[in-house]
Design a protein around this ligand. Sequence first.
Ligand SMILES: Nc1ncnc2c1ncn2[C@@H]1O[C@H](COP(=O)(O)OP(=O)(O)O)[C@@H](O)[C@H]1O
Ligand SMILES: O=C(O)[C@@H](O)C(=O)COP(=O)(O)O
Length: 417
Amino acid sequence: MLLGCIGDDFTGSSDLANTLAKGGMRVTQYCGVPGAPAEPGVEAGVVALKSRTIAPGDAVAQSLSTLEWLRKQGCQQYFFKYCSTFDSRPEGNIGPVADALIAALGADRVIVCPAFPATGRYVYQGHLFVGDRLLSESGMQNHPLTPMTDPDIRRWLAPQTAHPVGHVGAPTVLMGPDAIRTALAAEHAAGHVLVVVDAIRDADLMAIGEAARDLALVTGGSGVALGLPENFRRAGLIAGEATAWDGVGGPCAILSGSCSRATNAQVARHAASYPAMEIRADAVMRGETTAEAVAEFLLGHPETLPLAYSSADPEAVQGAQARFGREAVAAAIEGLFAETARRLVAGGITRLISAGGETSGAVVEGVGIDALEIGPEIDPGVPALKVPGRNLALALKSGNFGSPDFFEKASRILEGA
Ligand SMILES: Nc1ncnc2c1ncn2[C@@H]1O[C@H](COP(=O)(O)OP(=O)(O)O)[C@@H](O)[C@H]1O
Ligand SMILES: O=C(O)[C@@H](O)C(=O)COP(=O)(O)O
């Protein structure tokens, strides 16, 4: 294994795995820290954690034990994957995990770059944009768990980390890898360990990737990983053969616990043409909606693409959180999706589509999956996935990713169409 990656959620990890696989690396996504060594031939290992919104101390502990396993696999470089919308809270977990990895690896200049131009995430002058809006006006200010109310990544990161935060601006990045390397050295000399690096185009990310060749640790969205496979290729370390991927036929079901704008639109569109069950937070909290009932509904429509969703608009989410508490609602809905997913797979579902990072973490844990093979890209940032040795394919969609017809499209690609 050459590149060892720690992902703070499951959709984000499959997004990173997708980028590395497209870059020609042989990638496996692991669901939690594996209990055994990686199988031979894996060039990039992406360990998915569900650590984005847990207590910072727990996120650090899980990330460090992941690092320990990755180090045992012989990795030459490490990547900490977080969200392209920098999802975090004033107490973490991006800063605390980055600090712990810096200490463990002795890293002294660490790129921080959530940019992902293919999905409209740009970093310019230290500020994060989604499309033509600042992050804090993009809908992310209403996220159920990590409301992002400040678009200045340097300012948002500062209270999360013990290190002063530096910046390499777009004018330098546009000059290419040597200029970026020199700027990182200057930031290092100025005492800045974590350095926010601007990027607005894939070409910028390729240049940053090249400049990162000798860095022990890189952090960011999947975009900044775009240039990393090329470093290994130039060094003659990766084989670059694509592994064959066959789809999986059989019944399909869709679970959506994401309340992000893109998902809400995908849910509304899908529900207009297919069987759909709305899961209301209040009914879950009162025990009126159970996993048994949700699974029964979905398994009752085997010939179609049935959907069950708790996706709701910001007012409904805020109302439920005010009545029951943010963490309590999230935990109850995630628990419901986990148990529903377990029942679906036990009931014969072979293609499972899940929308939302935390939701997907719950779904994968509910089904009990150790590792995932990476298949073709469904939409930018979302690959088709298959469970090795089982007749089960998945798509784990990040909340704000995917075209309006994502669910139909994913079902076709999972089938190999
Ligand atoms: N109707 C709802 N009311 C309140 N919280 C909800 C509702 N539906 C889902 N949630 C919670 O909101 C969170 C959504 O996060 P996630 O699944 O990561 O989606 P995204 O990828 O869009 O961020 C989850 O913890 C989920 O359980
Ligand atoms: O970088 C991204 O945007 C995604 O890979 C990701 O991490 C998304 O997280 P969720 O929106 O919570 O699924």
